[in-house]
Design a protein around this ligand. Structure first.
Ligand code: NOJ
Length: 760
């Protein structure tokens, strides 16, 4: 018996621990040490150079030149932006057979929400609150990308963001550090699967380190300024979680942190990341972010390159500041040989962990793309992920789900748009493979329903705006017909139908990198369309496709039902139809609050109290409020409806107080009181009532997504201990303060079912 449990423990340890050699692994040390013993300084610097040769996929504004010659000269450590086993094999051959020491290169890419099978944008995926599903999407992304020769991923992007003006809110998991940490972990697990050498896994890069999601005024690349306490408690946890999960690489961000650009920030890249958190992988810059420190005012190219290396940056993406200046800086005494050695060692260790020294061609199998990419199973997961990511924001009088009969008027500029389904940062996806809403609705509705379609409006009528959005291809296509004609046609279609489904929102490139908006309303052309459709008096469902939370009080008022879908990916139309017709009961919950207007930003659930809080929403003089809008968001974090209803009762705590390492158990009964089976995300929030510093009114501390059959009740339990109640103090020490705590359980962050306990 004893023996069995001993082996069981070993098995569990083996399953839970990261399989990768760590720094200090004797064989890896010996191998890398011997190799470095043969390298010249310039060859070592060459390993720190990451290039993108163009001709593949472009994700920045400059490309590298003379790449072939540089590879042969040992001046390239890695490449990104090119794809396919044949092409990558040829490139690898140049390094392995053409350079003096034959050191293989590492091949990277941005595989953000799927490789060719495009899943919903990451913000959308986070709405699913389904960690297993998210991990599965990452696993599939890794399988497809490695089939195409890519084994180093510039994902997950784990930047917490509370500013929907910022276009890249689409690429993260929203506003909450607890949920963000769980998702970060799931994605790293999905990509790496604890075995970097396996042919179907890829090395994850946690980005953008750090705080990139909090630019002033929501403008991309802008300055970031926040207190250390806020950083530690609210913005850093997801990066830490991804690193603890074993992510092999970290990408430094474009912004400054405490006055020093992240790429040259010694406190960030060395003291925090390596010394406090024990990260032992390598750090890559963002696209030319070393060079960009010149514009930050940190000196010339030689100075900023030395600054970055001395800060702890290991690899320079595209800018070649390292390649062209580090040797000079070494000779002039501005960097040390040890600093260059450290960076080189970390890059070589990554290659060792990936198995490239065993077989530099291990990821280039010509048979794999046809087998592993865009398989039916992968597309089925994309459909499931999309349907489970959609959030039902309003459903008056049970307008949804629709019946698969009668006449449905499907209207709107996104209703028959293929180009806008994948969403931002899908450079490896192919928009032409996406299922449009019109196609999906026709397939899922079947023979008994008649579908009439009208475009109704342009995404935007502004040609200058369209030019900015169409940089990667036609996204906003302004119709040759006058706007009035489109509108009339739509109204006629609506009048001829039993029900109306309008599909509106943002084009793909209206969110993402360099796509910040100061006004996050639906463009006026589409607003007019919704007004006209509402005026017909037909039951109106509005499907909102968008890369960010939007300012939609007017549409919410006018529509009978609102379904927010994010950009749903390659199976968009099918998944939207699955939800609209009730084949899938929506279970998504928002992970970023929807403001009532842009002036409320940042509006997020885990705010702290003021000394003059306002009770409720009625304006009171000399309380913290606005003259022209309520304090609360339009839709709160955690919010999302289902076709059924859930009732929460019997909230019970196992104890009145806990001390030391004790745990308290929190249980609640959740009853499905409606007419459909459904899934619910049961959420647990905590308030630390009295502390030495101001604390959030509520913080998410647990959640469970469960399936409940109609008419039945499930009991959901959570556990909390002092560790879960700990927070960083002014001196950055992490501990919980004794005293009173309130717990809240419910289906969103407004949860009011509450109990109390004490931490001794
Ligand atoms: C810039 C983006 O900020 C980053 O997320 C991306 O990985 C790189 N470009 C490479 O494409």
């Amino acid at each position: 018996m004893k023996k069995i449990s001993f082996y069981l423990i070993l098995l569990v340890i083996a399953a839970c621990t990261n399989n990768q050699p760590k720094s200090g692994d004797a064989r890896m040390d010996r191998f890398v040490g011997e190799l470095m013993g043969k390298m010249t300084i310039q060859e070592k610097i060459g390993q720190l150079n990451l290039v993108t040769p163009g001709g593949g996929i472009l994700t920045g504004s400059v490309v590298s030149t003379d790449v072939e010659a540089k590879i042969k000269a040992g001046n390239v450590g890695g490449i990104f932006g090119i794809y396919g086993p044949e092409k990558l094999r040829q490139a690898q051959k140049l390094a392995v057979e053409g350079s003096r020491l034959g050191i293989p290169m590492i091949f990277g890419s941005d595989v953000i929400h799927g490789y060719k099978t495009t899943f919903p944008i990451p913000l959308g995926l986070s709405f699913s609150w389904d960690l297993k599903l998210i991990e599965k999407t990452a696993q599939i992304a890794a399988k497809e990308a490695t089939a195409d020769g890519i084994f180093w991923n510039f994902s997950p992007m784990v930047d917490v963001s509370r500013d929907p003006r910022w276009g890249r809110i689409s690429e993260g998991s929203g506003e909450d550090p607890f949920l963000g940490s769980q998702i970060a972990r799931a994605m790293v697990k999905g990509y790496q699967q604890n075995d970097l050498k396996a042919p179907h896994t890829m090395m994850a890069t946690v980005k953008h380190f750090a705080l990139y999601g909090a630019p002033e005024a929501g403008r991309d690349y802008n300055s970031v300024d926040m207190s250390r306490m806020k950083m530690y408690n609210e913005y850093l946890p997801p990066y830490k979680a991804a690193i603890d999960a074993g992510a092999g690489c970290v990408m430094s961000s474009f912004n400054d942190v405490d006055g020093v650009p992240a790429t040259g920030n010694h406190w960030l890249l060395t003291e925090l990341l390596r010394e406090q958190w024990g990260f032992d992988g390598f750090v890559v810059s963002d696209y030319t972010s070393v060079n960009e420190m010149i514009d930050h005012g940190m000196g010339d190219l030689q100075a900023v390159s030395a600054l970055a290396l001395n800060a702890g940056l290991d690899m320079d993406m595209v800018g070649e500041g390292f390649l062209t200046t580090l040797e000079k800086s070494l000779n002039e005494g501005n960097v040390t040989k040890a600093a260059i050695d450290n960076a080189c060692r970390r890059v070589l260790e990554a290659k060792y962990k990936l198995g490239l020294f065993d077989d530099p061609y291990r990821y280039f199998d010509d048979a794999r793309p046809a087998k592993d990419i865009l398989s039916d199973e992968n597309r089925a997961v994309a459909r499931e992920a999309a349907a489970h990511s959609m959030v039902l924001l309003k459903n008056e009088a049970g307008v949804l789900p629709l019946k698969k009969s009668g006449t449905v008027a499907l209207i709107g500029p996104l209703a028959d748009s293929r180009n806008n389904m994948l969403g931002t940062w899908a450079p490896t996806g192919n928009p032409q493979l996406a299922v449009t809403v019109l196609e999906g609705i026709k397939i899922v509705a079947g023979e008994n329903a008649k579908i009439v379609f009208a475009k109704g409006a342009n995404i935007s009528d502004d040609p200058e705006f369209a030019v900015k959005i169409n940089v990667f291809g036609p996204r906003i296509e302004i119709d040759e017909r006058p706007a009035e004609t489109l509108l009339k046609e739509a109204v006629a279609a609506a009048q001829s139908a039993d029900i109306v489904v309008a599909v509106i929102g943002e084009a793909t490139e209206m969110s993402g990198e360099s796509s910040s908006r100061s006004d996050i309303t639906i463009p006026e052309s589409q607003k007019k369309l919704v007004r006209a459709l509402a005026a017909t008096g037909k039951p109106l469902t509005v499907v909102v496709i968008s890369g960010r939370p939007l300012d939609i009080p007017e549409e919410t008022e006018l529509a009978d039902a609102i379904l927010f879908t994010g950009h749903p990916g390659v199976e968009a139309g099918n998944a939207i139809a699955d939800v609209v017709f009730g084949d899938t009961n929506p279970s998504g919950k928002l992970t970023a609050s929807f403001p009532r207007n842009v002036g409320q930003i940042p509006v997020y659930y885990s705010r702290r109290n003021t000394g003059r809080p306002q009770a409720g929403e009625v304006f009171a003089k000399f309380r913290s409020n606005y003259l022209d809008v309520e304090n609360s968001p339009l839709f709160a974090f955690g919010y999302g409806l289902s076709y059924t209803n859930f009732e929460y009762k019997n909230l019970k705590l196992s104890k009145e107080s806990i001390a030391g390492n004790e745990e308290i158990e929190i249980s609640v009964d959740v009853k499905n009181t409606g007419n459909y089976d459904g899934e619910e995300v049961v959420q647990l929030y905590v308030r630390d009532v009295v502390a030495s510093v101001t604390r959030p009114l509520k913080e998410l501390k647990g959640f469970k997504k469960i399936f409940i059959k109609k008419g039945t009740t499930e009991t959901v339990t959570f556990k909390l201990s002092a560790n879960d109640l700990a927070f960083y103090h002014q001196d950055l020490q992490l501990f919980a303060e004794p005293g009173e705590f309130h717990v809240f359980v419910g289906g969103n962050s407004d949860a009011s079912l509450s109990e109390e306990f004490t931490l001794e």
